[in-house]
Design a protein around this ligand. Structure first.
Ligand code: SF4
Length: 472
């Protein structure tokens, strides 16, 4: 008689899936899970051997190679080793665009009292260096961060000064719409090897409609070209946001990315923050988004089959979780959640938030995820009562619904999203649209891995490989 080790299961339309604690999975014939649980598996069968070697069952209460299994689990959670690595500086709330889905509640370009003070920058940099992480990412956000080149430069100079003794590896990222990349900001980017993260929503008409400006597309693609010329192609990446309008143009959006020289796209759903929260029917949006995602992925698979290398980044993240022993460091899909563990935000007004979404909530008058101010001690901000409160519900391993979900290892917890959409940090997964979206996407990726394995695996392997090269 064998012992059952912890695993979770999921029924797909024509097979069953079991997943162990470290995310290893087996696909089984219908009825197998019941047989496993009722100890009906023949010890001579191949299935028995697979279950035993995969840590789904054991002949002893504690498997002999439990230490190996523990190492695997530690590897999966290695992103926790160094605590907060991503430090977001919201240097200004001012912006020169008028995006229909703006999640940052940005203000008009010439609005006063919307920039971070030098004193706040000094204190934020001090706090950033209290993080034990040997690698720090200092990301400048807005509003539109290129409107305040003097503050970008000042913040970098402060960090460089501090780093003469701290000796961390620092990556600088400028999040910009690329609409007005001046020589001054590009000089700073070149000097400090800043990575530009921009956003492009697709073809001209769509991009302009999303941005609420008739000339946004031409300015953005010119800005991207200018940045590539000065900094090199590898220093410029783009994100797209899927507005309701975008949902009708899956292939056209991919084509627009290709036409603009990109070899990948990150299909990103709208989040219910800021202006984007006025979207009326989130459930309908969620379902349409998943269908949109599937069409995009199918189209990208077709491109790759035809010899055109192109990657969908979100899929690459999930695949890395499914197909390798490693995690990704992608703060939006982690357990424990990325809040504080992976990211913290210093807002323009001197307050510190648990994540980018938390400060967006604050712009709407809700300070539930405010950790304190830059004047507070590091310990109070990063280990204080607010963080402890959030920590009660930031692991998929402990939340009702997620704790017995087969996709737990590939998904993540999001107390801010739960709070925003369900008025409860803990969340209720059966009615959660975050859960619905991720469940359907992960289910789709598994169904491709199972039913179209020969066709998709070469593409998926190269996507994962490229992801690992880019992010390690
Ligand atoms: S959010 Fe949903 S899909 Fe993700 S782990 Fe929790 S229950 Fe599973």
């Amino acid at each position: 008689m064998y012992c059952l080790l912890p695993f979770r299961f999921h029924r797909l339309p024509d097979c069953e899936l079991i997943v162990n604690e470290v995310g290893d999975f087996l696909t089984l014939q219908q009825g197998s899970i019941e047989a496993i649980i009722n100890r009906k598996i023949d010890p001579e069968s191949d299935l028995y051997k697979d279950l035993k070697s995969g840590y789904f069952i054991s002949e002893k209460p504690v498997p002999e190679l439990i230490d190996n299994y523990a190492v695997r689990l530690r590897t999966k959670k290695a992103f926790l080793n160094y605590y907060t690595a991503l430090h977001i500086f919201v240097l200004t709330l001012r912006c020169n665009q008028n995006c229909v889905y703006c999640q940052a509640s940005s203000r008009k370009e010439h609005c006063g009292n919307s920039d971070m003070s030098r004193k706040t920058i000094d204190k934020s940099v001090e706090l950033m260096f209290r993080s034990p992480s040997p690698h720090l990412t200092m990301e400048f956000q807005g509003g539109e961060s290129s409107l305040v080149p003097h503050l970008v430069e000042y913040a970098i100079l402060k960090a460089e000064e501090k780093n003469e003794t701290a000796q961390r590896q620092i990556t600088y990222v400028l999040c910009t719409n690329c609409v007005e990349l001046t020589d001054r900001i590009l000089n700073i980017c070149e000097k400090y090897r800043i990575v530009i993260s921009t956003s492009l929503d697709g073809f001209e008409e769509l991009h302009n409609l999303n941005r609420g400006k008739s000339d946004s597309y031409s300015k953005t693609v010119n800005g991207i070209a200018k940045a590539r010329n000065r900094l090199g192609e590898q220093f410029v990446s783009a994100l797209m946001t899927t507005s309701e309008l975008s949902l009708d143009y899956p292939k056209e959006i991919v084509d627009a990315y290709r036409e603009n020289g990109f070899h990948s796209i990150f299909i990103r759903a709208l989040n219910p923050y800021g202006l984007a929260s006025s979207n009326q029917d989130w459930q309908q949006y969620c379902d349409r988004f998943v269908e949109f995602y599937k069409i995009v992925l199918d189209y990208i698979l077709e491109l790759n089959r035809n010899g055109i290398f192109f990657v969908e980044e979100f899929t690459a993240i999930i695949l890395r979780k499914i197909l390798t022993p490693f995690n990704t460091g992608f703060v939006d899909l982690q357990s424990p959640a990325g809040l504080v563990n992976g990211v913290v935000v210093y807002n323009y007004d001197g307050y510190v938030y648990a994540s980018d979404e938390s400060r967006m909530l604050a712009e709407n008058g809700d300070y539930s995820f405010r950790l304190g101010s830059v004047d507070d001690p590091y310990e109070k901000l990063f280990y204080g009562d607010k963080v402890k409160e959030i920590a009660e519900c930031w692991t998929t391993e402990s939340i009702a619904g997620c704790s017995d979900c087969a996709f737990q290892s590939f998904c993540g917890a999001d107390p801010v999203r739960n709070y925003t959409t369900q008025n409860d940090m803990y969340g209720n997964q059966p009615t959660s649209l975050f859960c619905r979206k991720h469940r359907k996407i992960i289910e789709h990726i598994f169904s491709l891995l199972i039913h179209r394995k020969e066709e998709v695996m070469p593409v998926f392997r190269s996507e994962v490989l490229r992801y690992m090269i880019d992010h390690n």
